[in-house]
Ligand binder design. Structure first.
Ligand SMILES: Nc1ncnc2c1ncn2[C@@H]1O[C@H](COP(=O)(O)OP(=O)(O)OP(=O)(O)O)[C@@H](O)[C@H]1O
Length: 371
């Protein structure tokens, strides 16, 4: 079990900085997911924790002890890669047993521990097979077994299920979650798949271009994204983002969306809330997830007429692109609710689901409107 602390970590490859002043504390037994697009520095961060990559400056501590000068083998951390990296000439049993034998454990201890891990991973029936006879999912189970068998302080995983097909990835997600609940090893997991991150993590660390953007529980980063990057990276379908202009008319507030778009009713306290945020001077952007765009077939209080442009039927629901000025707002509707492209529907924005950002800096104004 281990707490992992990264303080002011910087990493350069030549002149290129790939980790910028990273500060992060991963609690003992926590499952933390490093999430971000390809090239954002998440693998380098993971490799730095493992000791497979030197850092340029800063400090990494495991259970209070600085480790940046320790070899990978001295850190008591296990690593699982996307590619299985099993020994092809050894059986599953021998692959899992390998780290125990290398540590000089007795035959009886090796046998017992391999069987415990194999049973947890449901691969006991495969112990005498060689990797070439296994499916991708089973190979990755073996790789995970080999990582867990020595009960390391922490387990680091780099896209461990990224190479599997969609169905298997889903199964493995639940298995990894169950294993973590049983093993409680501190886990750091790299992925660019936000669904995987949401489903596995106690906390998600969102990174972009070597910079930590936000750390929070899945629900925190989903409901309160710190900036435009996180807002658009987390959640599927993607959050609508549009420039927005505030209009006041007597006591009422409205938000004119996009370029030449319609104005939607907003709570009367919005102008004061935006002013009080002290930001948004360079203009504000509205963020609203498709489920926050409420669509009716008939005009209702607060709705504006909009033309449906494209309808994407996704089975459980539809995503409907509504023309707003020169852009679109994507709405989530019941399946078949909007019959065909070209139909006029009546939409309003659910104020409780709005997010506001400073357009220039991208930072959230941290305004949550009441119902
Ligand atoms: N050994 C290396 N030498 C030079 N540049 C490197 C090296 N390893 C990684 N990089 C660069 O560092 C940046 C961060 O890479 P890293 O692999 O950490 O990103 P990532 O977010 O994990 O992306 P991916 O999901 O594609 O692996 C990238 O621009 C990459 O090209």
């Amino acid at each position: 079990m281990a707490e992992i602390v990264l303080s002011n970590v910087q990493k350069f490859f030549g002149a290129v900085q790939v980790i910028r002043d990273l500060n992060l504390t991963i609690a003992d037994r926590e499952f933390v997911v490093l999430l971000g697009p390809s090239g954002c520095g998440k693998t380098t961060t993971l490799r730095a924790i493992a000791g497979l990559e030197d850092i340029s400056s800063g400090e990494i501590r495991i259970d209070g002890k600085p480790v940046q000068d320790l070899e990978a083998s001295e850190r008591d951390i296990a690593f699982v890669f996307q590619l299985y990296a099993l020994y092809p000439h050894l059986t599953v049993f021998e692959n899992i047993a390998f780290p125990l034998r290398a540590a000089g454990e007795s035959k009886a201890d090796v046998d017992r521990q391999v069987r415990v891990v194999a049973s947890a991973l449901d691969i006991t029936h495969l112990l005498q097979k060689r990797p070439s006879a296994l499916s991708g999912g089973d190979m990755q189970r073996v790789a995970i077994g080999r990582a867990l068998v020595r009960r390391p302080k922490a387990i680091l995983m780099d896209e461990p299920i990224g190479a599997l097909d969609a169905k298997l990835r889903e199964d493995m997600r639940s298995e990894l979650k169950r294993l973590h609940i049983e093993n409680k090893a501190t886990s750091v997991y790299v992925t660019h798949d936000q669904v995987e991150a949401m489903s596995l993590a106690d906390r998600i660390v969102v990174m972009s271009e070597g910079v930590l953007q936000q750390v929070g529980s899945p629900i925190e980063v989903y409901q309160n994204p710190a900036n435009l990057f996180v807002a658009q990276f987390i959640g599927s379908p993607v959050m609508n983002i549009a420039t927005a202009r505030l209009e006041t008319d007597g006591g009422a507030a409205r938000l004119r969306v996009g370029d030449g778009g319609e104005a939607f009713a907003m709570p009367a306290d919005l102008p004061a809330r935006i002013a009080a945020s002290g930001r948004g001077g360079e203009g504000i952007s509205l963020g609203i997830r498709p489920e926050g765009v409420v669509v009716a077939r008939q005009p209702m209080e607060g709705t504006v007429p909009l033309e449906a442009h494209i309808i994407e039927p996704l089975g459980a629901y539809d995503i409907v692109d509504l023309k707003v000025g020169s852009g679109v707002l994507r709405a989530r509707t019941a399946s078949g609710f909007v019959e065909k492209a070209g139909d006029t529907v009546f939409a309003r924005l659910d104020a409780t689901q709005t997010h506001f950002f400073d357009t220039k800096s991208g930072q959230s104004l941290a305004i949550r409107l009441g119902g």
